[in-house]
Design a protein. Structure first.
Length: 263
């Protein structure tokens, strides 16, 4: 992966960081669609949790319209494999299968652009960004392993869980690797003041509080933050995928002129 070999208008390298949020992450596709329609070239992409799925597909050449078609056909059973254990309620093998079916067993370094996928090293309580020689399906599965729902992912002696706990919208990694302009896409507007209705919502809203605190620090590394208005759409309401796609488009459309000025 040659991080600084791509040419961009005014020699500015644009990196985009996509945050997590289960089904919410389909809003990222709408964001990418608007960027493409406006002729804005992305030079590198970072993804965390469900955002890593979109980031990986994009880095390997999938166009937004292709990802949209995939998202509209997606079922929860394509992601979750309910097999309860003392470590979680679901395995991550179907996430791996989803990535393999799309791009094969490629490695991060095989991507068409710099690709950064983040997980949380549970034992050290710090971020872990996967290296170029890591299979993409492994990195994505680990990054998506929401604690309490998915069984933690074991990798090279580490116990890895959802990267959103420490680096949801990982703008910092893009700045660290030399990107001049960073756009972060953050998904966290759901459920403000809303009483949780089940154990999943209790767990996820508790984790979301931690995520938002950490995002404030990470977003200081971005020139532009996009926040799709996902309203009261739940993280697993897959039937609302069309709405999320549209919300992503609307959010990026409102910020595209500012981005053009920055570039």
């Amino acid at each position: 992966m040659e991080l600084l070999s791509l040419f961009k208008r005014n020699d500015k390298k644009l990196g985009v960081a996509l945050g997590g949020g289960a089904i919410w992450a389909t809003a990222h596709i709408g964001v990418l669609e608007v960027l493409e329609e406006n002729g804005i070239k992305i030079d590198g992409i970072a993804g965390t949790s469900a955002g890593s799925i979109v980031a990986a597909l994009y880095a390997f050449g999938y166009k937004p319209y292709q990802m949209k078609e995939m998202a509209l056909k997606l079922k929860l059973g394509d992601v979750f494999h309910w097999k309860m254990s003392k470590m979680g309620l679901s395995q991550t093998d179907r996430i791996e299968k989803l990535i393999i079916s799309a791009i094969g067993e490629k490695k991060i370094g095989d991507a068409n652009m710099p690709l950064f996928i983040t997980a949380t090293d549970l034992m050290k309580a710090e971020q872990f960004v996967f290296l170029d020689d890591t299979p993409v399906h492994v990195a994505v599965a680990a990054s998506c392993a929401i604690p309490g729902i998915f069984v933690p992912f074991e990798f090279n002696g580490m116990v890895l869980v959802d990267g959103s706990l420490v680096a949801d919208v990982n703008c910092k990694v893009l700045k660290t690797y030399g990107f001049d302009v960073v756009v972060g896409v953050e998904l966290s507007s759901y459920g403000k003041g809303k009483r949780p209705n089940n154990m999943f919502e209790v767990l996820l809203e508790s984790l979301q509080s931690m995520v938002e605190i950490r995002n404030k620090e990470l977003e200081s590394f971005a020139e532009l933050i996009i926040k799709p208005d996902i309203g009261d759409v739940g993280r697993f309401e897959i039937e609302k995928t069309p709405l999320l796609l549209q919300k992503g488009r609307e959010a990026m459309a409102s910020g595209v002129l500012k981005l053009k000025d920055i570039l």
